[in-house]
Design a protein around this ligand. Structure first.
Ligand code: GDP
Length: 359
């Protein structure tokens, strides 16, 4: 999938960088452009990407300090600057634009949905979101911001792939300590998904195509991406169980949004040396996935790679009815209640509606 990445806010910029670097290191060529947008000058400076500083008249390069309403306002006011920076970077070959952001902060949280809306008006390619949910022990303001942002982002983007910061955390590590490791893990998974259908040598019937990723995401709403890999044997016959167990692990313990299994549609990509990929193992895994997701729309395909390991990448789309998201929305709702903002009419202002809309 020829992709243009736009990182919004601090997390968005760092993650867009990690993704672009992974794609370049692997020589996949899926990421054709990557830019970073922020209201905080200091967060843009260390990034090796082209950058756009927005909201200078309002916050003078100092960021919006976790105020996601201000983040949204500034993006609406300065969207033209972002559009100008994109001008000429979105070639006719571009197949998707991904807007990447941490949903718990200010600039990304408010700005990413507002930018997705602008992009939808101008470009014909799908506009996807890559959103990071705050971990459980991040403060109430992060939870409330993310709850608010998620609903708008899911409405404005064609699909929002969610990553839960808790999903990639090693035990004993604080969320902050783990950011670089988390970003690497996310970049590998999303990077492989974007490269599916790109790095293909000797295209075969079973090789996954970009259109299958796009068709899977057509379900809209919220998506999750799972990944697991294992050593493989030289004989495909001997790898049947390996593929089945990596596919199960990808969904049950390796997902970017844990405990999200009910889905509208799914895509199973098995990556590895083509002569090691067992057809029977892929077929059985697909059938397992149909049962597990309660979806009849499960696509599958191979991703030929030089590695001696085999990996399963499972994209689930339309997972908004799952337990994990309900838990998160409850956290967001509780955070709003705790904030005691009477003017905001907290519970019904967004959280209740949101849950209903999302489910
Ligand atoms: P913004 O600059 O105002 O958009 O705010 P941030 O991007 O710092 O967003 C804060 C949220 O993103 C919090 O929930 C953080 O936990 C998360 N976050 C910040 N930096 C990173 C990062 O590098 N990686 C990941 N995975 N999450 C991050």
């Amino acid at each position: 999938m020829k992709t243009v990445l736009i990182g919004v806010g601090q997390a968005g910029g760092k993650l867009a960088t990690a993704l672009a670097e992974f794609d370049a290191r692997m020589e996949f060529g899926a990421v054709s452009e990557a830019i970073a947008v922020n209201t905080a000058k200091a967060d843009l400076q260390p990034l090796p990407l082209d950058t756009v500083l927005i909201g200078q008249d309002r916050v003078n390069g100092h960021g919006v300090g976790g105020d996601n309403e201000l983040g949204a306002e500034v993006m609406q006011a300065d969207a033209l600057e972002v559009m100008d920076a994109l001008d000429g970077r979105i070639s006719s070959k571009a197949e998707a634009i991904w807007v990447v952001a941490g949903l718990g902060g200010g600039t990304g949280s408010g700005g990413a949905p507002a930018l997705a809306r602008e992009l939808q008006r101008v470009y014909d390619v799908p506009i996807y979101g890559l959103g990071i949910l705050p971990g459980r022990d991040e403060g109430a303001i992060y939870q409330a911001n993310a709850g608010r942002s998620l609903k708008t982002f899911a409405r404005e983007a064609d699909s929002v792939l969610l990553v839960d910061n808790d999903a990639f955390r090693s035990s004993g590590e604080s969320v902050e300590e783990g950011f670089d490791a988390i970003n690497e893990a996310i970049a590998r998974r999303i990077g492989l998904l974007l490269a599916s259908g790109e790095a293909v040598e000797g295209v075969g019937e079973s090789v996954v195509d970009t259109s299958e990723v796009i068709n899977t995401l057509r379900s809209g709403g919220i998506a999750s991406l799972g990944y697991a890999s294992a050593e493989s044997s030289e004989s495909a016959e001997e790898n049947i169980n390996t593929v089945m167990s990596t596919s199960r692990r990808a969904v049950l313990s390796g997902a970017s949004l844990p405990n999200a299994t009910d889905a509208d549609s799914a895509l199973l990509v098995v990556a590895g040396q083509p002569d090691r990929i067992p057809r029977k193992g892929v077929e059985k895994s697909r059938r397992w996935l149909e049962d597990e997701t309660n979806s009849m729309e499960v696509r599958g395909g191979d991703f030929p790679l030089g590695s001696e390991r085999l990996a399963s990448l499972v994209l689930l789309a339309g997972v908004e009815g799952t337990q994990r998201l309900a838990e998160f929305m409850e956290r967001a709702r509780q955070a709003v209640r705790d904030a005691e903002e009477p003017d905001e009419d907290p519970a019904d202002a967004f959280a209740n509606d949101q849950l209903e809309d999302l489910m």
